[in-house]
Design a protein around this ligand. Structure first.
Ligand SMILES: Nc1ncnc2c1ncn2[C@@H]1O[C@H](COP(=O)(O)OP(=O)(O)O)[C@@H](O)[C@H]1O
Ligand SMILES: Cc1cn([C@H]2C[C@H](O)[C@@H](COP(=O)(O)OP(=O)(O)O)O2)c(=O)[nH]c1=O
Length: 209
């Protein structure tokens, strides 16, 4: 699983790892969440129903349920990909909900929300548990700068309301660090995303016990 702030370089890392794994002869499947255009959340926006959600979109738990349903909808495909491919890369997964929503609620990695998300998505929905989280770590300002730059090139990745909130991103970065420290849900490896990531040496470090 690849986790990190908006603009940290998750998609770039997923592409780089896919290429490096391919060069080693391994097959890779990738999923990115939220699934724009395929998720409950995105469909509500597309169908103009988002504004009518009122209380739900104001509710951190309400939004978290939508993100969780999106992942549940993809769970079968992920399981099939785990059978068919050597590696399955997920660009954001359950930990994104833990980090962003806890940050929205001003809670930390040991708070009530993080426990709730585990209960809902892992225990109740039975979503596949990741083998490893890669936390792509960059300072908040760098992530914001990259996300803004990307937005100029790719309108489909225009930033949403959450991304433009610098305070939230900063708190989210702190929760991510906390989740990594306690090894929430699965082991975490921190990747320094400030400069170019060397994908092949990263892979080597992942596959060497
Ligand atoms: N390690 C890096 N160093 C410098 N720029 C990067 C790095 N990784 C990504 N970028 C650039 O930053 C922007 C955001 O990267 P992206 O992979 O789309 O981030 P995310 O998926 O985390 O939101 C892109 O323009 C990308 O080219
Ligand atoms: C998957 C997921 C994303 N999010 C948030 C994080 C991001 O601010 C936003 C969109 O994520 P993302 O699609 O990764 O943004 P981008 O591709 O533009 O970088 O949704 C959650 O709050 N919970 C979740 O479960």
């Amino acid at each position: 699983m690849i986790e990190g702030l908006d603009g940290a370089g998750k998609r770039t890392l997923a592409n780089g790892l896919t290429e490096a794994l391919g060069a080693q002869g391994r097959t890779v499947a990738t999923h990115a969440f939220p699934r724009y255009g395929r998720s409950v959340h995105a469909d509500l926006v597309r169908d103009g129903l988002y504004g009518r959600l009122g209380d739900l979109s104001d509710s951190v738990y309400g939004m978290a349920v939508l993100y969780a349903l999106d992942r549940r909808g993809a769970a079968e495909e992920i399981r099939e990909d785990l059978e068919k491919h050597d590696v399955v890369l997920l660009d954001r997964y359950v930990a994104s909900s833990a980090a962003y929503s806890a940050a929205r609620l001003h809670q930390d990695e040991n708070g009530e929300f993080v426990r709730w998300v585990h209960e809902l998505e892992i225990e109740r929905f039975g979503l596949p548990v990741p083998d490893l989280h890669l936390l792509l770590r960059v300072p908040v300002e760098v992530a914001a700068e990259r996300a803004a730059k990307r937005e100029q090139h790719d309108e489909s990745r225009a930033r949403d309301i959450y991304e433009s909130d610098g305070g939230l991103q900063a708190r989210c970065g702190v929760v991510y660090d906390g989740l990594a420290k306690i090894g929430w849900l699965a082991p975490w490896q921190v990747v320094d995303g400030r400069s170019n990531v060397n994908f092949s040496s990263l892979l080597e470090s992942l596959f060497t016990p």
